[in-house]
Write a protein that binds this ligand. Structure first.
Ligand code: C2E
Ligand code: CA
Ligand code: CA
Ligand code: CA
Length: 277
């Protein structure tokens, strides 16, 4: 039996490379993460450039793995998507974020919340009903929720996706196009999508002090504004970047310059105790 076990082990390591092995181990752990209370929603504040007030947060998922410690969403979200675990996890994030936002609003903070919606979640035929049900249950008015979708989501299975997003929009939810500029969609394409907000990806912000990059961001933001969309600049880390963004008339910023994503208690301590009320 011992011999057999070793052979199996050898087969295992030979047949699967380390990456796949790590992945399947993580997958197993991820199955238990929700019921073991290992998941937590962090909140990254978004600043209204004109008023200098925090008017929104983005909900970002954190996984505290019992042995590995913190595992990045960049690592586990793709696994959650491949295995379908993103369905219960995504629903949990949405519910958590809406509940917290309802609570903050009840305390007098005029905040909205953005939640990332995976294209796998959008493939669910009941997703629109599920989102509506959560909002109704929590009694959060739909206009205080923004769903962030990526360009690739917007492009895949176009008609079906558009139909669902349109239904959500009609219900009152805002739709934001995340990571804009990293995918394939052209500017003219923006007008055909059921979206309210464009989030300009941080790769454009990184060297925004470069004249060409600045011009690109300027055109994107002008076109977005001309078709009635709001613009958020993501990944603002430095004051110089903030100054350029401000000069371009972009209304909202998000990034380390303002704050990293924070646990709800810290969000309250740093941004909600005296501000905004
Ligand atoms: P994202 O939606 O583009 O979220 C923004 C990411 O940029 C976050 O990484 C945030 O911490 C990071 N970030 C914010 N400001 C700055 C900055 O100034 N500089 C730099 N270098 N980074 C900044 P995070 O939290 O690690 O999340 C990574 C990605 O994982 C997210 O990218 C999103 O695609 C995905 N994700 C996170 N939470 C969820 C979730 O609940 N559901 C789904 N479907 N995806 C999620
Ligand atoms: Ca996002
Ligand atoms: Ca983004
Ligand atoms: Ca991203």
């Amino acid at each position: 039996a011992k011999e057999k076990g070793r052979n199996n082990y050898q087969f295992f390591t030979n047949a699967m490379n380390e990456e796949i092995l790590t992945k399947s181990l993580l997958e197993n752990d991820l199955r238990k993460a929700l019921s073991n209370n290992e998941l937590e929603v962090y909140y990254q504040p978004q600043l209204d450039v004109d008023t200098d007030k925090v008017i929104a947060t983005e909900a970002l998922l954190r996984w505290h793995h019992p042995e590995k410690g913190f595992v990045s969403p960049m690592e586990f979200i793709p696994i959650a998507e491949e295995t379908g675990l993103i369905m219960p996890i995504g629903e949990w994030v949405l519910e958590e974020a809406c509940k917290q936002t309802k609570k903050w609003r009840n305390q007098g903070h005029d905040l909205t919340v953005s939640v990332n919606l995976s294209n796998v979640q959008l493939m669910d035929n009941r997703i629109v009903e599920k989102i509506k049900d959560i909002l109704l249950k929590i009694k959060l008015e739909p206009q205080y929720l923004t769903l962030e979708i990526t360009e690739s989501t917007a492009i895949t299975s176009l008609k079906d996706t558009h139909c669902k997003l349109k239904q959500l929009q009609l219900f009152g939810v805002n739709i934001a196009l995340d990571d804009f500029g990293t995918g394939y969609s052209s500017l003219s394409y923006l007008s055909s999508l059921p979206i309210n907000i464009v989030k300009i990806d941080k790769s454009f912000i990184n060297d925004i002090t470069d004249k060409t990059k600045k011009e690109i961001v300027k055109s994107v933001s002008n076109i977005a504004h001309s078709i009635g969309l709001k613009v958020v600049a993501e990944g603002i880390e430095e004051e110089e970047q903030f100054t350029v963004i401000q000069s371009l008339g972009i209304e909202m910023i998000q990034g380390y310059y303002l704050s990293r994503p924070l646990p709800k208690e810290e969000m309250e301590k740093k941004f909600l105790n005296h501000l905004n009320k």
